[in-house]
Unconditional design. Structure first.
Length: 106
């Protein structure tokens, strides 16, 4: 994961064009249900509901599941983030890898 972050920092133009530069590094892992998904350029923004009912917002590079339960590994957190493509402001936005949650065998 650290290699991915380093690659993103190196290949993305600096300063205002790279929101990761101003984001706090985190290592959060959790499962959540997708409430809503927005596609914007090469990114997918997600509104997620955790098991405790708390809603969080995350963004991932590329496609992400638009419904169902997902596993999230957040590696950065930005406060007061505005997506110009969406025309939307997020109080807090997690930068994360998001994958479908594997079905539990019964």
């Amino acid at each position: 994961m650290e290699r991915l972050i380093a690659l993103l920092l190196i290949t993305t133009p600096l300063a205002a064009k790279n929101p990761l530069l101003g984001a706090e590094r985190v290592d959060e892992r959790f499962s959540a249900v997708v409430v809503h998904a927005w596609l914007a350029g090469g990114y997918t923004y997600l509104e997620l509901e955790r098991g405790d009912g708390a809603h969080v917002n995350a963004v991932t590079l590329g496609d992400a599941p638009a419904a169902g339960t997902v596993d999230v590994r957040a590696y950065a957190r930005a406060k007061d983030f505005t997506s110009k493509r969406l025309g939307r402001r997020f109080d807090t936005l997690l930068f994360a890898a998001v994958h479908p949650h594997p079905e539990t065998e019964r």
